[in-house]
Design a protein around this ligand. Structure first.
Ligand code: UGA
Length: 429
């Protein structure tokens, strides 16, 4: 099978490398020349565990180009894995998907299968098919198949190699056979369905996970009021197989490139069809408030942040990535700065990206220990291993050891034995 993949972001590049790993030859296409030049030299542009190693190992089966016409002309399968970012109104911006569809239509010289991997609103695969037909330059047959991805940043390689399922949406028997053969070495259950259902599986899965997080965060907030411990509550709930123990970690809300965007996109789509998704709306609203939970807690100790030094541990939306999209740090730090605080920040991967997004009175530190020294309060925003490993006495170098832990990194009982104030999410000391 000759494969091309449009888009060398997370989804495109990880898919390309894993498909090369299971023996396929893959050409990756992107409009970003600098990125393609880097990739040609074997430099991985994304911070993702195991990706650079696997890319090097399978480099002989990978090619990178900006020449889409040459890349698409003779392929059996062309994946579309470009971004569908959020528009101002919450809907998904589909312009990159349709631009690639036009390029494919202008370039293909033989029958092929176009696989839509990007997260797209329900009905998009049909529109992509119409778009392709409208712009086709030659008499060839193209099947359009929906094949959403379920990769998480930080574990993307593992997720693709050992995923829970592969979803394939098509009514075409021949396209089913082609896609099944691509994934045959991955040893995962393949769910065949129609295209609209496949598109919906992606949104419904992400939105359900977001909903689970917002639900446990609301339970956490009321646990604080009523003196219960949300970690024990989640453990007790999660042992019921009908609920499951995953995605019940209370914290300061979900971020990243997917949950915020996909909840808003499905909610927008529901409204557009006069079918509002009220549970999804609630998940979005709870999350917006939860991101500012530590600011609310900090106001108990400081009515104004003027002149105080805030130690911030963690900037990225989760550990294992340098991605800051929708990270709680982007909501919290500007408020602290606007209110006159000095910020000392630590993050093992996200500092360069953060500097591009936020400016102000911020000192970036090389270690969590250095960040804490002489600070008047500490915000824990990401549960990096380096942060989790801190011991209570590390916080005693603070001028005023008030620790607001947005990720429940430490045992409140242990922290309570030290002369410090420790306030986490959904747990009272
Ligand atoms: C998410 C999904 O988990 C993937 O299945 C999906 O393929 C991907 O979106 C996508 O659509 O591309 P990702 O955004 O990389 O993956 O990261 P997650 O590990 O899901 O975490 C998202 C956010 O939820 C993070 O901010 C994390 O801190 C938060 N979270 C997660 C919680 O607050 N509590 C939890 O129990 C779990």
């Amino acid at each position: 099978m000759k494969i091309a993949i449009a888009g060398t972001g997370y989804v495109g590049l990880v898919s390309a490398v894993v498909l090369a790993h299971v023996g396929h030859h893959v050409v990756c296409v992107d409009v970003d020349e600098t990125k393609i030049e880097q990739l040609k030299k074997g430099i991985c542009p994304i911070h993702e565990p195991d990706l650079p190693e696997l890319m090097t190992e399978n480099f002989c089966r990978l090619a990178f180009t900006t020449d889409y016409a040459a890349a698409y002309s003779d392929k059996d399968i062309i994946f579309i894995a470009v971004g569908t970012p959020e528009k101002v109104d919450g809907s998904a911006n589909m312009s990159y998907v349709y631009a690639v569809a036009e390029q494919i239509a202008a370039s293909v010289t033989r029958d092929c299968v176009v696989v839509v991997k990007s997260t797209v609103p329900i009905g998009t695969n049909e529109k992509v098919e119409q778009h392709l037909k409208k712009h086709l330059k030659r008499d060839v047959a193209i099947e359009v198949v929906s094949n959403p991805e379920f990769l998480s940043q930080g574990t993307a390689i593992k997720d693709m190699l050992h995923g829970s399922r592969i979803v394939v949406g098509t009514d075409s028997e021949s396209a089913r056979r082609v896609i099944a053969s691509i994934y045959e070495n991955l040893d995962q259950p393949v769910i065949f369905t129609d295209r609209r259902s496949a598109e919906m599986i992606k949104y419904a899965s992400n939105d359900f996970l977001a909903l689970k997080i917002s639900y446990i965060n609301e339970i956490a907030n009321i646990c604080e009021v009523l003196g219960a411990n949300v970690v024990d509550v989640a453990r007790g709930m999660g042992m019921d197989p009908r609920i499951g123990d995953k995605f019940l970690r209370a914290g300061i809300g979900y971020g990243g490139s997917c949950f915020p965007k996909d909840t808003k996109a499905l909610h927008w789509l529901g409204n557009f069809h006069d079918q509002e998704l009220k549970t999804v709306k609630a998940a979005i609203e709870v999350n917006e408030n939860q991101k500012l939970r530590l600011i609310k807690k900090a106001r108990k100790y400081y009515s104004s942040f003027e002149g105080i030094t805030v130690a911030v541990l963690g900037l990225t939306f989760k550990p294992g990535t340098d991605d800051l999209r929708e990270a709680p740090s982007l909501a919290n730090i500007p408020i602290l700065l606007d209110d006159g605080a000095k910020v000392k920040a630590y993050d093992p991967c996200g500092v360069e990206n953060f500097k591009r997004k936020v400016s102000g009175d911020i000192v970036y530190c090389a270690t969590p220990e250095e960040t804490l020294r002489d600070a008047d309060i500490c915000f824990i925003l990401t549960e990096w291993p380096e942060v989790m490993e801190l011991q209570p006495n590390h916080f005693l170098t603070m001028r005023r050891p008030i620790i607001l832990d947005g990720r429940n990194c430490y045992d409140p009982g242990l922290m309570g034995d030290y002369p410090l104030i420790y306030d986490s999410i959904g747990r009272t000391i």
